[in-house]
Design a protein around this ligand. Structure first.
Ligand SMILES: *[C@@H]1O[C@H](CO)[C@@H](O)[C@H](O)[C@H]1NC(C)=O
Length: 264
């Protein structure tokens, strides 16, 4: 046993003999040992090294919050409500926390919303409301001076990837900045907020995308009626009426609703 062990050990030594023991054409330079610089020992209290297990992580640099900016500015009640309802404000905030080109947001004030034809917002489906709000979001941070040189058309968040269906054109004339949607033009009336990654500008009109609204002020060809649930409506119908009557009733209510919401 002992001999076997020695033999094996020798075999091991021979087989693992360093390559440098053999004559080599280009011997590798000996490894340079670099001593790590001594770490200065600073006396720290244990609390500073290991925070309490359930203490929050160190606060991130304060990040802009679109709703807070609008609420602080005042006069954006309708916009804030819509941004909340559609969760588009959450999308803006989360996009700001990602690495990106920043965001420019056009904020129509309450006067801009009340200038819309009665029922315009209610006539939009949920998806169209989201698109309308996202149409006010340009995924690039633009300063007032950059508006002078911006290359049109600008893509908005409404068009999904590429944003091609929901473009905006921005033109400037002196200090006057106009945002064209294809339906209408809105003027930038005020800079509400800029921090290098988020810019919020007040506009005097709601930006109406051409793919939802028709050109011109009349909305006769305007938004497609939201999908109503016939089931809900037919429940209110008399149980005596025949099936055909219920359907006619539902259609009648649907058309009346759309006509009313268009203000016709
Ligand atoms: C933007 O400008 C281009 C070029 O003038 C034009 O073809 C396009 O229709 C405009 N789009 C909008 C949304 O105004």
């Amino acid at each position: 046993m002992k001999h076997q062990f020695i033999a094996l050990s020798l075999l091991f030594l021979i087989s693992t003999a360093p390559a440098s023991a053999q004559p080599a054409a280009s011997p590798a330079p000996p490894p340079v040992m670099v001593a790590a610089p001594p770490v200065p020992r600073v006396a720290v209290s244990p609390a500073a090294v290991s925070p309490a297990p359930d203490s929050p992580p160190p606060p991130a640099p304060p990040q802009a919050n679109l709703l807070k900016i609008l609420q602080k500015a005042g006069g954006f009640t309708v916009l804030v409500k819509l941004l909340r309802g559609t969760h588009v404000s959450d999308q803006v905030d989360s996009q700001l926390s990602d690495l990106n080109d920043g965001i420019t947001f056009f904020a129509p004030d309450d006067a801009a919303f009340s200038a819309l034809k009665a029922g315009t917002l209610n006539s939009l489906s949920n998806e169209q409301q989201v698109q309308l709000l996202q149409f006010h979001v340009v995924p690039t941070y633009l300063t007032v001076s950059q508006f002078q040189t911006v290359s049109n058309p600008l893509m908005t968040k409404a068009g999904g990837v590429g944003g091609k269906e929901f473009p905006l054109n921005i033109t400037t004339k002196g200090d006057r900045i106009t945002v064209f949607t294809g339906v209408d033009g809105a003027s930038v009336t005020k800079t509400l907020y800029t921090d290098g990654s988020l810019a919020v500008y007040q506009v005097d009109k709601v930006l109406l995308p051409l793919s939802i609204f028709s050109k011109g002020e009349d909305l006769a060809q305007g938004p497609a009626p939201p999908k109503k649930k016939p089931v809900e409506l037919s429940v209110s119908g008399s149980s005596q009426v025949r099936k055909g009557d219920v359907i006619r009733l539902v259609v009648g209510v649907g058309v009346a609703g759309v006509v009313a919401s268009l203000g016709l």
